[in-house]
Design a protein around this ligand. Structure first.
Ligand code: NAP
Ligand code: GFB
Length: 322
């Protein structure tokens, strides 16, 4: 992994978020960091990556050899419905600044982070890596989806023009400690963790947005971190790779509600508010390509991961993002 001077400095943009904190924990606790390697975990306080000058300054400061690019404007369905244009503009700016500055500073490898929500809404299933640009994404998050798709377009163009082997992973819905648990703006699982915690604490009903019929594949942040680090060290394709549990592990939003209620031992009434959007009903993705590379990988049991996340939230309620 070393550069031509035998140096390794990994810059993790978005290092203070859900995925960044999981990568930091795996790097520090699971012996991933090799002797002499520098790992830098950034937050927006270190540099606003929508700003080109601030982006260049942080690359000048650390001179990274590798970049794990996580930084993004991120949120759940209801934030997307309110701020589709902001998601487009901010993420296009961040992605172009990080990718082009990395190229200009001679970064050996950048692994960016896309999402399974960027695939075409009208599609056959299961979705795979070859289908990213085969039609418009679901309208609920089209701004974010197009900004993410441009990362793939950039990587292919940068390979064609400069031979850079920059790539991307395509995770499904991620959850775990250090997530954003805001009830209005967060993704479904952390929002439900927060809602259930409060319903249990206050002995009130648990209100769920939508019908609960939506189908999702969820990956525990620590599992994603382990796979992300494998991609950084071992995966050499420019083509992106889906990092997800299998199609057979797809669950409904109602299954998630039940699992979180069980974790908190919540037995109160659960009300589904069908006046609220279900968003994209399904986006079933294939992890066959991942399995060809990593038939050995074992995902954390879903209910175990849910319990660990709920326990973390309850223990860190005061300081958690909510
Ligand atoms: P997150 O918890 O919201 O963290 C976002 C990170 O990006 C934070 O470190 C944040 O810094 C940083 N950031 C945001 N705007 C920035 C800016 N203008 N300049 C510099 N840094 C900025 O998000 P996450 O869930 O870890 O997401 C990480 C990556 O995974 C993103 O690319 C996201 O699109 C992708 N992804 C997430 C999911 C999911 O379910 N969570 C699913 C698929 C893909 P601050 O802490 O300072 O705000
Ligand atoms: O995680 P989420 O907000 O976004 O999940 P997506 C939305 C689904 O969860 C819909 C249901 O079916 C909602 O009806 N849901 C139920 C809730 N209760 C709630 C709740 O309290 N909050 C939320 N947010 N949903 C995301 C993309 O799509 O997928 C992101 O918008 C990202 O950008 C992520 O890519 C992986 O799963 O629909």
């Amino acid at each position: 992994m070393e550069d031509q001077n035998g140096r390794v400095c990994v810059l993790v943009t978005g290092g203070s978020g859900l995925v960044g904190r999981a990568i930091e924990r795996v790097v520090k606790e699971e012996g991933v960091r090799k002797e002499g390697e520098e790992w830098i975990f950034l937050s927006s306080k270190d540099a606003d990556l929508t700003n080109t000058a601030e982006t260049r300054a942080i690359f000048e400061k650390y001179r990274p050899t590798h970049v794990i690019h996580l930084a993004a404007m991120v949120g759940g369905l209801f934030l997307h419905l309110r701020e589709n244009l902001n998601f487009l503009r901010k993420n296009i700016a961040i992605n172009d600044n990080v990718l082009h500055t990395a190229h200009e500073f001679g970064v050996v490898k950048v692994v960016s982070c896309l999402s399974t929500c960027i695939f075409p809404d009208k599609t056959t299933y299961p979705i795979d890596e070859t289908m990213i640009h085969n039609g418009p994404p679901h309208e609920s998050n089209s701004g974010y989806a197009h900004a993410k798709r441009m990362v793939d377009v950039y990587n292919r163009a940068c390979f064609q023009q400069y031979g850079r082997r920059y790539t991307a992973i395509i995770p499904t819905n991620i959850f775990g400690p250090h997530d954003n648990f805001n009830i209005e703006d967060a993704h479904v699982l952390p929002a439900l963790v927060h809602k259930t915690y409060k319903a249990k604490r206050d002995s009130t009903a648990l209100e769920i947005c939508g019908s609960g019929r939506g189908l999702r594949q969820f990956i525990y942040s620590l599992d994603l971190a382990r796979l992300y680090l494998w991609v950084l060290r071992e995966y050499d394709e420019v083509e992106p790779i889906i990092l997800s549990v299998g199609e057979e592990d797809e669950v409904s939003i109602k299954d998630v509600v039940d699992a979180i209620a069980e974790a908190f031992e919540f037995t109160g009434p659960v009300i589904y508010d069908t006046s609220k959007s279900d968003g994209q009903l399904k986006k079933t993705a294939s992890n066959a390509k991942l399995r060809r590379y990593r038939p050995d990988f074992v995902f954390t049991d879903f209910k175990t991961a849910i319990k660990e996340t709920c326990d973390w939230f309850a223990a860190n309620y005061e300081s958690a993002r909510k």
